[in-house]
Design a protein around this ligand. Structure first.
Ligand SMILES: [Zn+2]
Length: 471
């Protein structure tokens, strides 16, 4: 069957890259680069991923490439690529990260190894296939399919690749600040993270923020005999757990007023209504979290507090003594509508009001900001309409991801509407052994992205970018 219209031809060309082995071969080349950014001995490989794996591919697609040193010490190199077609066309900025977390080579199941792509059980296995090499490869191949079919993209394309995402996107914010003109665009369209369900595309327009801090009670040097000193010396573990227990109630509902968002509007609730959360992973605890909210509202529309680790004394070898020291590593994930600058002062006031002045708040990392775009933003509607045209069904639309991304670089520094079209799923074992991408998902994503780039380049866009949809 020969497709009758060029859009279908482009979709079939991209989707056919799975059956032809093209996608698998290209993904294997990317995965073979051991780009562990947490491993200082692999610094040279971070550079080679850009110069050897990406630049030749991008130049063959008509992009002009520029390598950039990271503006911050210890950060990996960056690559920008521009394919300019004409004045007056919309400009789309894309983003990807070529670094991966540790390979964890000895923990993969038999027959799998992280830096050699394996096809098995309807999945591609390898470190980075989901996070993020497979995702940016899909977008590049989709652009290639549009160029091959139409002779042009129909829009101006810019790309930004970093190699430090897994170490906190070091230097990315400063790089965007220093290169606003180079990165100027009408919209960010990029891919990372999971779909809500593997068989249906998801759009998200930002991410929750993250505030990491330690609660520390450091009362005295060493431990003291609990018989001689118990009842006389304050116990740091008891003070610490009182502090934690005052932050939420017994089902994890946040009690500090400034830690509760003001942004769960009827529009956001409507966008979140009916989104599925079950599937891969542990069963959701129905009695945990904000009681009046649905599970989707708790994950995507609200803030959540967690104790990531805590210690007092020596749990492996307890002794009869009052410890001198206790520490808990804590995290608040928060949505837009939370005053991030007010979080720590509010916690201090809250602890002081409980008489817990001995509990110190120690921050060793900055705050990861929260970002979001309204689900009814014109660019969201456009992208959703394109996805529906390709798949026949409306995508899942999240105002923001529950996890965190460096999206503030694009939304806040560059001032762009940001739309993420993820090509992974929640069971992909990203950041763990046996990372994989389902082949059916790759095929679906190649078609979705080709349709999206096709529609952006079809000429209806510039009017729509001003705020109105053509459909
Ligand atoms: Zn990651």
């Amino acid at each position: 069957m020969i497709p009758t219209d060029p859009r279908s031809a482009a979709l079939d060309l991209a989707g056919g890259m799975v059956a032809s082995g093209r996608f698998r071969g290209d993904l294997a080349d990317l995965v073979a680069h051991r780009t562990e950014s947490q491993n200082p001995t692999q610094a040279i490989e971070l550079m080679r991923y850009l110069t050897e794996a990406l630049v030749p591919r991008l130049e063959a697609m008509g992009f002009t490439c520029r390598m950039h040193a990271n503006p911050e010490p210890g950060g990996g190199p960056l690559l920008t690529a521009t394919r300019f077609e004409a004045e007056g066309l919309p400009t789309v900025l894309g983003y990807g990260h070529g670094d991966v977390i540790h390979g964890q080579d000895d923990q993969w199941r038999d027959g799998l190894t992280p830096f050699q792509l394996t096809e098995d059980q309807g999945r591609y296995w390898g470190r980075g296939v989901a996070d993020n090499k497979g995702q940016h490869l899909i977008n590049l191949l989709a652009m290639e399919a549009v160029i091959a079919t139409r002779g042009s993209l129909g829009f101006n394309a810019k790309l930004l690749f970093e190699m430090s995402e897994e170490t906190g996107s070091r230097g990315l914010y400063a790089f965007c600040q220093a290169n606003r003109d180079l990165l100027a665009a009408d919209v960010l369209i990029a891919s990372d993270g999971p779909r809500l369900q593997p068989e249906k595309p998801t759009l998200f327009m930002g991410s929750r923020g993250a505030l990491n801090f330690d609660l520390v009670v450091d009362l005295r040097k060493g431990a003291h005999h609990s018989g001689n000193w118990g009842g006389l010396l304050a116990d740091p573990a008891i003070l610490l757990v009182q502090a934690i227990a005052s932050i939420t109630d017994a089902r994890g509902q946040i009690r500090i007023p400034e830690w509760r968002p003001t942004s769960l509007t009827p529009e956001v609730r409507a966008a979140l209504a009916g989104l599925p959360l079950e599937g891969e992973g542990p069963a959701i605890d129905p009695d945990w979290g904000e009681a009046s909210l649905t599970p989707a509202e708790r994950a995507f529309g609200w803030n959540s507090f967690a104790v990531l680790a805590m210690k007092s004394g020596v749990p492996e070898a307890p002794v009869n003594a009052i410890s001198g020291h206790a520490r808990a590593t804590c995290q608040l994930r928060f949505v837009v509508g939370t005053d991030s600058g007010a979080l720590i002062p509010a916690l201090r006031r809250h602890l002081d009001a409980q008489g817990l002045q001995a509990v110190q708040i120690v921050m060793d990392e900055g705050i990861f900001p929260a970002t979001r775009l309204a689900p009814d933003h014109p660019w969201v509607r456009r992208v959703a309409a394109s996805v529906q045209r390709t798949t026949g069904a409306a995508p899942h639309i999240l105002p923001n991801l529950a996890g965190s991304l460096p999206n503030d670089c694009f939304s806040d520094v560059l001032g762009l509407p940001t739309i993420w079209v993820p090509h992974s799923w929640r069971g992909c074992c990203q950041h763990a052994p046996d990372e994989h991408m389902p082949i059916a998902l790759a095929q679906s994503a190649l078609r979705v992205m080709t349709g999206l780039y096709w529609d952006i380049g079809s000429g209806k866009v510039s009017g729509m970018a001003k705020g109105e949809t053509a459909q």
